[in-house]
Design a protein around this ligand. Sequence first.
Ligand code: GRF
Length: 221
Amino acid sequence: MSISLKPVRMAIALSGRGSNASAILQAVQRQALTSVQPVAIVSNRDNAVGLRLADEYNLEQAVFAQSQYGSLDKRDEALAVWLNEHDIDVLVLAGYNRILTESFFNAYFKPVLNIHPSVLPKFGGKGMVGLAVHQAVIDAAETESGCTVHQVELAVDAGQILGQAIVPVYPDDTADTLAARVLAQEHRLYGRVLQEVGLALHHGYSLKSVQPIKRSTVPVS
Ligand code: GRF
């Protein structure tokens, strides 16, 4: 008797342009990412540019703005309820600009992943977002930077690391040039990590079983 395993249903949360979400959905489309099934795009902003991906890929979409709910806790609880109702097995943060509160984690018990544009644990934590991360890397005279996919917990940027990619930092880099080099790697890394995560969840394993994609050396562009 063959046992048919449930597909791993994925929702992507974003607040902005959604280039990582787009890269993930493209990877699914070209069958480089086969272990997860994209179901929904969710956002805290009804004007997030990336929400258009829901129409483009025929996915569910939902917006959870704080103004609708009155408090962060209520908003996060509503998001968790919605994810549970839609049977979402993994939530993928891709440029979601809010820190998920305890109310969220008290109601949603499945894995949540995030991508951060530095080699954690360096240059992570509260306030380390956007160009501030890359400027901090340059100010610290680092010779390499990169990105990290990690599991999300209450503590910011602190969950299990599932994959990292490295890029060089050049002496004439600005925060913008470094951000662009790192972003190109984010687009490759997230899909690769999701493939491993999807396979583990598909077979009922916890993410502890996922071998991290480690500090892969990438061609210098
Ligand atoms: C990325 O740099 C990601 O590392 C960070 O937010 C940015 C989102 O960019 N968490 P995009 O919306 O995916 O283009």
